[in-house]
Write a protein that binds this ligand. Structure first.
Ligand SMILES: [Zn+2]
Length: 144
């Protein structure tokens, strides 16, 4: 039996990624994040699901809907940087059109994920530097 729970921690991570990378095509209000337990998939760490076009039209939706599932037994064992890579990988499957299709593994692969991962880490580092600089200038203002 597979069990599913919502994964607000993954959602938060994804929000940070989408914001930093300015991936404005990813409409996070139309993306769900789920953690599954007891999946029999042996080699899968995470999956990106889409609501197909026919279902979208049948449901009277104007936008796509995506779901990112992490498989707890695999994903939760990974170190943080790997979890970040996996989350970036899954988000990269979502196309610009947000229409229900996927970007496939010819474009979403280790090399392209690594590029995005490095870019993201650099953006984060810049923010951290900027924030620490602000803190020290605050101190200066107080002391002198
Ligand atoms: Zn993939």
């Amino acid at each position: 039996m597979i069990k599913y729970t919502h994964a607000p921690d993954i959602q938060k991570l994804a929000e940070e990624i989408v914001e930093k990378l300015e991936w404005n095509h990813i409409l996070l209000e139309h993306v769900a994040f789920i953690r599954s337990f007891g999946s029999s998939a042996r080699r899968t760490i995470a999956r990106c699901h889409a609501l197909g076009k026919a279902m979208q039209i049948g449901m009277g939706r104007k936008k796509g809907f995506y779901l990112i599932e992490v498989i707890s037994e695999k994903f939760d064992k990974l170190p943080q940087d790997e979890q970040l890579r996996v989350t970036i990988h899954e988000l990269m499957h979502i196309p610009k059109s947000f229409g229900g299709g996927f970007i496939h593994h010819n474009k979403v692969h280790d090399k392209s994920v690594e590029q995005v991962y490095n870019h993201y880490c650099n953006l984060k580092k810049d923010t951290a530097l900027y924030e620490s600089r602000n803190v020290s200038s605050d101190k200066e203002n107080k002391w002198f």
